[in-house]
Ligand binder design. Structure first.
Ligand code: PLP
Length: 378
């Protein structure tokens, strides 16, 4: 009776284990779960209030929206982030995580999936739950600049960049190589760009669609969660270009439209209005400030920890630090981290620290680390 796939999931889900640790500790400083801490900018809050009030009027009340998202928001996203694509290639959803799960139903259970190791655990778990059994590891290590040069043949490459947990953003060359490999094998890339807004380096691309051939092979998942603090509101989008075709010539765009219509009745109109506000001129300025604050926090944490560790990865294109250390080093100070192997076997020996907490959290973590180091010296 019970789905056989449930047995293959690790218990509990990685971030649930962090919550347990936080509850157990008397005075924890949580650098574990990558949730945001800054409040929403006023232009978004005002938009939410205005739209909510309209729902209480006869003329302003509205029911279900289009299941693929309001066309005005689809247009806004296309214009802001994907000038090379059209609005109907953008599908609005209530979370990247939701779509990571749903997208699996586009693919036959017989496919082989290549996954970064370590990586965000939802990819593999969602694949398992939809009956996939064949997986290949892409070792994602400091020694290979967090991306294997020899890419194995696979039907689907699930790639996160900037990468959770290591913070590495694929270079143009790495990404182009991936796209070329997928084109050569007539495979697809599921590209999770949830942290793209952290990228500042002009040599890197914020979306693979800037590169040659990407529209033929890439489905991009993206989200307002880390972009502007919508982890509680829930709003995301998935890009499915019309140039994507399965090996038998069927249109992926048509299938995805159909599949979404079955599983979804559309994202909350209120949340979508908030998304609109986020992409207004005022909202974009607020996004810029948010990114500055989190980047600054990541850099402060990295600087403060650098005397104690040889190498600290990440913190530049993502709000995560990836450090070769034992979680117990931090646990002794009441600092909660995530152990690297929670993201995959190649994460063993590392911990992930998040810089998305409040400034108090970051300062307190820094204070405890320096106090602990001084104590160890005396
Ligand atoms: N993708 C990655 C790589 C993440 O790290 C997260 C959340 O931490 C998500 C997706 C989930 O995003 P959302 O809040 O839009 O569901």
């Amino acid at each position: 009776m019970r789905s056989r796939y449930l047995n293959q999931l690790t218990t509990p889900y990685l971030f649930g284990a962090v919550t347990d640790q936080v509850e157990r500790h008397p005075n924890p400083v949580n650098l574990g779960v990558g949730d945001v801490s800054l409040p929403l900018p006023s232009c978004i809050v005002e938009q939410l209030q205005e739209q909510a009030a309209l729902f209480g009027t006869e003329t302003g009340f509205k029911g279900y929206g289009p299941e693929h998202g309001l066309s005005s928001l689809r247009e806004k996203i296309a214009k802001t982030f994907y000038p090379m694509l059209s609005a109907d290639e953008i599908f609005i959803s209530d979370g990247a995580k939701t779509d990571i799960g749903r997208l699996q139903f586009l693919f036959d259970p017989s496919i082989t999936i290549a996954l970064q190791n370590p990586t965000y655990p939802t990819y593999k778990e969602a694949a398992i739950l939809s009956g996939k059994t064949s997986f290949i590891d892409l070792p994602t290590l400091p020694s290979n600049n967090f991306f294997p040069q020899d890419l194995p043949k696979a039907d689907l490459y699930i790639i996160c960049s900037p990468h959770n947990p290591t913070g590495h953003a694929l270079t143009r060359a790495q990404l182009q190589h991936l796209i070329d490999t997928a084109r050569q094998h007539k495979s697809f890339i599921l590209f999770d760009a949830a942290y793209a807004s952290f990228i500042q380096d002009p040599n890197l691309v914020k979306t693979p669609y800037e590169l040659e051939g990407a529209e033929e092979v890439v489905i991009e998942i993206n989200s307002f969660s880390k972009l502007i603090g919508f982890t509680g509101l829930r709003l995301s989008w998935t890009v499915v270009p019309k140039k994507l075709h399965f090996r038998d010539g069927q249109s992926v765009h048509r299938d995805w439209s159909r599949l979404v219509s079955t599983y979804y009745n559309g994202t909350s109109r209120l949340t979508q209005a908030a998304g609109h506000a986020a992409l207004s001129q005022e909202g974009l300025q607020a996004i810029h400030q948010y990114m500055q604050i989190y980047r600054q926090q990541a850099q402060s944490l990295k600087q403060a920890l650098s005397p104690y560790f040889d190498k600290i990865y990440g913190a530049e294109h993502a709000p995560y630090l990836w450090i070769a250390a034992s979680p117990s080093y931090f646990e002794r100070m009441g600092i909660i981290t995530i152990k690297g192997e929670g993201f995959g076997s190649h994460g063993q020996g590392f911990v992930r620290l998040s810089a998305l907490g409040s400034s108090y959290t970051i300062q307190e973590a820094i204070r405890r680390c320096s106090q602990f180091a001084n104590l160890s010296l005396t």
